[in-house]
Every structure is written in C-alpha cells, then in structure tokens.
Design a protein around this ligand. Structure first.
Ligand code: BES
Ligand code: MN
Ligand code: ZN
Length: 482
C-alpha cells in the first residue's frame, strides 16, 4: 500500500473516497466546500454527530473529483488526542477496505488545526488494516491501494511517516509470528525468523541444546525436556551506538501445554501465543536496524515448547540455573519464569545497562488488569518512569505492581533455594518477584503482556488475534534513549 503526500484541495483528489474528519457536533468545519457542505449539514441533522470512531459514507455531489465522502468522528474537540486519531484511522480504513474502496484521500486541516499529526491517523490505518490470511486458500481482493495525505509536505512529516512505516511493519512482523500456529512456529522456525534479520549491524547466534547444557542452563532445559522439538536459545545483537547494551528478553514458549501440570483443553489452542514476548523482541530489532537507531541492543529468546512426555520434568523436580541457584519445580506450567531465570542469568554476561523482559507470564495478569494494560514490575525507578511515559505516548499502557519484600516468603522452598510458584494469591507479583531474585542488582524491568498480547475481539487498530504489543512501547523508549 502506497502512502503519498500531496498539496492539493480535497475537491481535486482523484480518489474513490475522501476522508473528512470531524470533531463532535462541529458540522461547519468544511464550510469552504460549498456543494459538499450541503450534504454534511444534512448528515448532521440526522445520522451523524462526529462521535469517536463514527463513520458515514456518502456519494459526492457532481462537481468534485472524489467519488465519495467519508465522514469520520473524532469525538469531543477538547478530548482529541494522538490515540483518538489512531483509532479513527483504523476504524475508517478497515471500513473502507471492507466496502471495496481502493484509492483514499485524507483531509488533514482539522488535525493540523488541533496541532495533532495526521501520521497518527495513518499509524492506526496501517495497524488496523493488518490481516493474517496465510492459511486461507481462497484469496480475497479487498485491499486498499493507497492513501494520499492532503497536506503541504515537510521534512517533519516525511520523517514521521518513515518512523511510523518502520514501527508498524515491525508490529505486523511480530503479529505474523504470533498468529502462525505452533506446528509452523517451532523453536527452529523462530530461530530461522531471527536469522532472517541478519544485516550489517545485526548478528544472530543460535545456542543449541548441547551449548545450553555446557553453560548450565538447567531451568531452561528442564522446560524443553518433554518436547521432541529441539530448544533454541536465540541471541540477537545490534550495534548502533556506544556504551553498554540494553538487553531485551522475550519469553519464547512456542506452545505451552502446561507440561505434566497439563492445562485444561478449553482455550489451549491459544497457547501458541506464548512466544509473543520473543516476537515483540524480534519486531523491535527489525525496526531498530531499519531506522539505524544509535543504541546497542542485545535480544535473548529462550525458545522451547512446554510439553508433557516420558522425559518431561515432573512436579517436585529440582533444577540448577546458570547462576547456580536451585529451583524446586512445584508446577510445570509456571515454565516462563524458568526459562527467563536462565535468560536473565545469561544476560549478565553483556554487562547490560538494563534488562527488560517481555513475557506472557501469568493468567493472573488479566485477572488483575483485564485486557487493557501491561503489568510492570522492576527494580529501577528511573527506567520504569521512562517506560510509563512511552506507554502514555503509544497507548500500550503499563500499570506498575509492587515487589514487596514480603513476597520472598511466598517462594520459599524447604529443599531448594527457591520454588517456581508461590500459590494462587498474588501470582502476578510473585512471578515477577521470582525474576527479581535472578536479576538481583542489575537494573531490570519486567513487562507481563499475558492479557494484552492477544485481542479477543476486533479493536479499532488491533484486529482480533495477535496484537504485537510491546513493539511500539519499547521502540518509543529506545528511540529517545541517549
Ligand atoms: N503462558 C502462561 C500464562 C498465560 C495464561 C498467558 C493465559 C496467556 C494467557 C504461563 O506459562 C502459565 O501457565 N502461568 C500459570 C502460572 C501458575 C501455574 C503459577 C498461570 O498463570 O496460571
Ligand atoms: Mn505455563
Ligand atoms: Zn507459559
């Protein structure tokens, strides 16, 4: 799909549809277009108000070039924000695509006068138009060919568009990996996807099972034991700046059956998305290398399936991590923290300025926050504040949860250094406390994306399925790091 910028009047746009955004109740915004204004007035008298995400498609009056006009609501004028534009962009473009429209023009005067960038609207459109049709054999022809932004062009606008292009394609890349079923997204497939990112500034290394054994990653390997799929400990390195790297760790369970602590079958098909953290990390590398951001980054994806089997780890087993700490495994379904413990242990070799892990870690995350927020916990106030700011900008919202020292007690084992579950109460925070015990003094933030990585229903710019959450959030953080 092409995105162009043209400095022409709405009335001269050679397109199937011209999009006119409206703030609520403000029917006079396009008074300058005599003929169209008549139709707008009529719409406002009956079926259209300009409420958030409201759309109305009407045929154009004769003398203007666009064949149709789409009125799009942005909601109340004093409440319009970047997020409202993203939502309107997603809603409008998905609607137009489903109506079979191909060439779209976008009026920007209202957005400019609200001091908001039309690129937010485009971002929503690019994210909302995502589809995953790789397994549907019947091809459908409904797709938008191009959007023309009607505006004066400028360096700023060009730069913003370039950034949004890179960010949204990274999100789409992550969504594709996550939506792909686990039979086609095994640890080996994930490793191959990582290898496809290799470039001048990006190196990728895969540690095989033997190497992980030699390194003593007993917690990670204990999760892989029940599966016939070989585990792959994936390392990605990007060199774009000076100084110590930030390490991004992504939980990469390509299928989580629960292992011997088997999950109930209802909803188990969704456990292909238990590698959404890893996919987000690869998405981030994809954009960072494309944009040549001036940072150093390391990505770690401890990839494996979690399966029951004759060799599978059993409740009560004790394993040793790369750091030397021993873990009593109470529940084999609490496997995410096991692989993350070794990933965090390994990350310390890079002498990182910070570790950020992104993981679909607990069901309790959605009990606490519904599907609206990422749970954030960590030991570095400054980094958490920065992430909070990025979360407000991107609307990939985070909410901080505590790491009270009393939680340590919950994880006390009688016969090992720590156990892998602290029981039902507080399981969102105790899972993070477990990781904290492995991060120790290294600046570290944990993002639990279990409840946000998958959309149960269509949202304005997140079609049902993998959301790609984490990509926009962390990219926003990284792009402003000095
Ligand atoms: N991958 C799951 C968490 C999850 C659940 C993600 C639902 C997305 C949707 C994780 O490995 C898990 O099974 N966690 C358990 C931990 C429990 C056994 C302590 C949970 O949250 O139920
Ligand atoms: Mn699990
Ligand atoms: Zn899991």
């Amino acid at each position: 799909m092409k995105i162009l910028i043209k400095d022409i009047s709405e009335l001269d746009c050679a397109c199937d549809v011209i999009i006119l955004p409206f703030t609520e109740g403000d029917s006079g915004l396009y008074n300058r277009f005599g003929d169209v204004q008549g139709l707008i007035k009529k719409a406002f008298s009956k079926e259209f108000r300009g409420k958030q995400n409201e759309v109305l498609l009407i045929p154009s009056p004769k003398p203007i070039r666009p064949e149709r006009v789409l009125l799009v609501g942005l909601g109340k004028k004093n409440k319009v924000s970047a997020e409202k534009l993203r939502q309107a962009g997603g809603r409008a473009l998905v609607y137009l695509r489903d109506m079979g429209m191909k060439k779209i023009g976008l009026s920007t005067s209202v957005m400019h006068s609200l001091k908001l960038s039309p690129v937010n609207f485009i971002e929503g459109a690019l994210l909302g138009l995502y589809t995953f049709k790789n397994y549907i054999t019947k091809k459908d022809s409904k797709s938008i060919e191009g959007i023309t932004i009607l505006s004066k062009s400028s360096k700023d606008l060009d730069n913003e568009l370039r950034l949004t292009g890179a960010v949204t394609s990274a999100v789409r890349f992550a969504r594709d990996m996550i939506n792909t079923p686990s039979n086609d997204m095994t640890p080996t497939d994930l490793a191959e996807t990582a290898l496809s990112l290799r470039q001048k500034n990006v190196s990728v290394k895969i540690l095989e099972k033997k190497e992980a054994e030699r390194l003593g990653m007993g917690a990670y390997l204990s999760v892989a034991k029940g599966s016939k799929e070989p585990p792959k400990f994936i390392l990605v390195e990007y060199k774009g700046g000076k100084g110590n790297p930030i390490v991004l760790i992504g939980k990469s369970i390509t299928f989580d059956s629960g292992g011997i602590s088997l999950k109930p079958s209802e909803g188990m098909e969704k456990m292909k998305y238990d590698m959404a953290g890893g996919a987000a990390v690869l998405g981030i590398f994809n954009a960072v290398s494309g944009l040549k951001l001036p940072v150093n980054l390391v990505g770690i994806l401890p990839a494996t399936e979690n399966m029951p089997g004759g060799f599978a780890t059993k409740p009560g087993d004790i394993v040793k991590t790369i750091s030397g700490k021993t873990i009593e495994i109470i529940n084999t379904d609490a496997e995410g923290r096991l692989i993350l413990a070794d990933a965090i242990g390994y990350a310390k070799r890079f002498n990182p300025r910070a570790i950020i892990d992104i993981a679909t870690l607990t069901g309790a995350c959605s009990i606490a926050l519904g599907n609206e927020a990422i749970a954030m916990m960590g030991n570095d106030r400054e980094l958490m504040n920065k992430i909070k700011r990025s979360s407000e900008k991107t609307y990939e919202r985070v909410w901080e949860m505590p790491l009270f020292e009393e939680y340590k007690e919950y994880l006390k084992s009688d016969i090992a250094d720590i156990k892998n579950t602290g029981g039902k109460t507080g399981s969102l925070v105790t899972s993070a406390y477990f990781l904290y015990e492995f991060a120790e003094k290294v600046p570290w933030v944990h993002l639990d994306i279990a409840s946000t990585a998958w959309a149960e229903k269509d949202k304005p710019y997140i079609p049902k399925g993998a959301s790609g959450v984490g990509v926009r959030l962390v990219l926003d953080l990284i792009k402003d790091l000095k």
